[in-house]
Design a protein around this ligand. Sequence first.
Ligand SMILES: O=C(O)CCC(=O)C(=O)O
Length: 309
Amino acid sequence: MNTMFERPMTLTSSGETLDLSPDYFGELLDSSDVLHDMSVLRERMERDGYLYLPAMLDRAEVLDARRAIATQLAEAGHFLPYSDPMECLAVPGGNGAFIPKIAMQTPELLRVLYGETMMDFWAQFLGEPARHFDFTWFRATAPGRATPPHTDAVYMNRGTQNLFTCWTPIGDVPLEHGGLMMLEGSHLHDKLRQNYSSKDVDSVCENLRPDLKTSRQNMMKSGVFGALSSRPAKLRDALGGRWLTTNYSAGDILIFSIYTVHCSLDNTSNRVRLTSDSRYQRASEPADERWVGENPIGHGEAAKRTLIC
Ligand SMILES: O=C(O)CCC(=O)C(=O)O
């Protein structure tokens, strides 16, 4: 069990102040004590929709990846001139939230995300050889920015549904840097699975009026492609559960199902938050064609599917 972290005075997500009372907000369950007991880990994933595994990775390797990426970001002008790149001190008004390209050109990061430690863990957890998506979602999240609530299903549900995200802080991510939060119990919400989470952001409804035609357009309603809501506190009131998070350290991982609702805290610090999300599944099961291969098509034109809705 975790020791309860010091409860902060205020936290915001997507600009909304969160209720931090114990019924609404709490700390992620630490599962590092059962890291090698796959049946307990699987049970917890079924029950909680996530596993938080502090210090699962080699901290020194993660910090090597941080150094390699921070050096490139410093050269590209993301950090204060003459500052130590490892500090990731943001230039005022800087942006650059999502930089998948940087992952492919940084072997130190690929070793952390897809090396032996990680792939052995997934093979054991899934009970057979595992594969990862070839696309890596790398984020250099500037101050002020947050990811709104969503499930990953809407972006990657064309292959197996037995697909998992691994969110990996590439450095320490205390609360004020805007780490990830899980909405407790949200993966068990049937209506959410049947409605929102069964959508596909790249599908097009051919038989609908042009203004309703793409679920892609419909899924822009909350301002962010595929988001479930732009109001994390209000969403919690509707779905129940608590928003769960922690102060993350380099070496920790947080893994979750494609049906678990999550979002990030606002980054209220003066630093750029470096994190990645990568995806894993059984190698024998079908993989979503948008995210595999030498040049994954992603959400581009080639990903569009037409449907009669
Ligand atoms: O890091 C973030 O802000 C969002 C991460 C995320 O949505 C994911 O890992 O699926």
